[in-house]
Design a protein around this ligand. Structure first.
Ligand SMILES: [Zn+2]
Length: 378
């Protein structure tokens, strides 16, 4: 594992936590703070890969569980991986499927060896092991991989969280051993991130961090947060994690997409995020804007000839009025999904650009306040 060589910390803010880092993986460069749109099934809903490049994405997240079930790994292998299949030339991160097995599939059974489950599509039986998931990510040919973990219902009892962590640690070891074996000869090695579990229990989080550090993972993906606990619990746990985590590798908060939360987590030192929020909200007719959320179906936008967000530089805001998008949405026209998704993703990417600028100028906390003052103005 070559942790130091792939992560270059470019600048840390005077608040001592927020930072800009450059990640180099397989001839691709990623600059953090990073937001990754979610291409669940090899597609960010309603957007083409050209849309994703034009909007400024650097990296997408895709789901091993979904791709394994459909289209299937034989198809992806034939194309040399997901990037070629969906014609997206930038970086791709894959999650391990642990969370989807837990949340989507039926008849789950977790053993020491792995997890048995039935497909949510056709009920067929499958068995994921840590080693198999590493092989699947190899077939998907993504750039950044994560390992199979055990998820628990939320909120978990301490004993449940402890048992899930015990298995996750065993699976982490098996995953990294298998990863080293199969990538030994690769000229351009992918990176493997550890999943840090432990719910809101500090001693378990500490144990998870120490174990993952000892095994030498390329980064840390934080699981089991933003899953139903209170905001106060979430940020207290995150603050504790960030105080105790090594600073030489990227930290990725899985499933965080609210702009205020992303600013707050970056303030605490997190580097990477993913969420379906910008595209899911788009399909529900909701736009994220500098001055708060806009519900495009509201009557007030029927004759509104202004753009969604006059501080936005996206394709949608350069070309279309709120009135037109409102009309599309209310008429059930699919174009409204595309235009709102482009805008919402651009909005989150612009937030990360603003964070970078702020860190470069040593004024992260001030910029965070400026953002909040506008965003909460309504
Ligand atoms: Zn826009």
């Amino acid at each position: 594992m070559e942790n130091k060589s792939w992560t270059r910390i470019i600048k840390t803010d005077k608040n001592q936590r927020s930072r800009i880092a450059e990640l180099s993986v397989r001839n691709k460069k990623i600059v953090t703070p990073l937001f990754m749109p979610v291409a669940t099934q090899g597609s960010v809903k309603a957007l083409s890969s050209d849309d994703l490049i034009n909007v400024g994405t650097q990296c997408l997240l895709s789901n091993t569980y979904h791709l394994y079930l459909r289209p299937g790994l034989d198809v992806l292998k034939k194309f040399g991986g997901l990037g070629n299949f969906m014609r997206y030339p930038k970086a791709i991160l894959t999650d391990s499927g642990g969370f989807q097995v837990y949340s989507l599939s039926r008849l789950r059974k977790i053993t020491e060896q792995g997890v048995h489950f039935s497909s949510h599509i056709d009920g067929s039986s499958h068995f994921f092991t840590p080693e198999k998931v590493i092989d699947y990510e190899s077939a998907i040919n993504s750039d950044i991989w994560t390992h199979l973990d055990v998820c628990v219902k939320n909120p978990p009892q301490y004993s449940e969280a402890k048992e899930a962590l015990r298995k996750t640690k065993l699976w982490a070891k098996r995953s990294i051993d298998h990863f080293k074996k199969i990538t030994q000869e690769a000229e351009e090695k992918p990176k493997l991130m550890a999943i840090i579990q432990g719910s809101i229990f500090k001693d378990l989080r500490k144990e998870a961090i120490e174990y993952a550090t000892e095994l030498g993972f390329d980064g840390f993906a934080l699981g089991g947060l933003s899953v139903g606990e209170s905001k106060k619990q979430m940020f207290e746990t995150l603050d504790y994690i960030m105080e105790n985590i090594p600073k030489d590798r990227p930290v990725y908060f899985m499933g965080l997409g609210d702009p205020v939360d992303i600013w707050m987590a970056t303030k605490l030192g997190v580097d990477m995020y993913d969420c379906v929020l910008p595209t899911r909200n788009a399909r529900n007719g909701q736009a994220l804007t500098t001055y708060g959320k806009v519900y495009i179906k509201n009557a007030q936008y029927k004759n509104d000839d202004t753009v969604l967000d006059n501080e936005c530089d996206c394709y949608t805001c350069k070309n279309y009025s709120r009135s037109y998008i409102s009309h599309l949405y209310k008429s059930g026209e699919l174009l409204s999904h595309r235009l709102l998704s482009i805008h919402n993703i651009r909005f989150l990417l612009k937030q990360t650009d603003m964070m970078k600028k702020a860190i470069n100028e040593d004024r992260f906390d001030e910029s965070f306040n400026e953002f909040l003052n506008k965003y909460n103005q309504k």
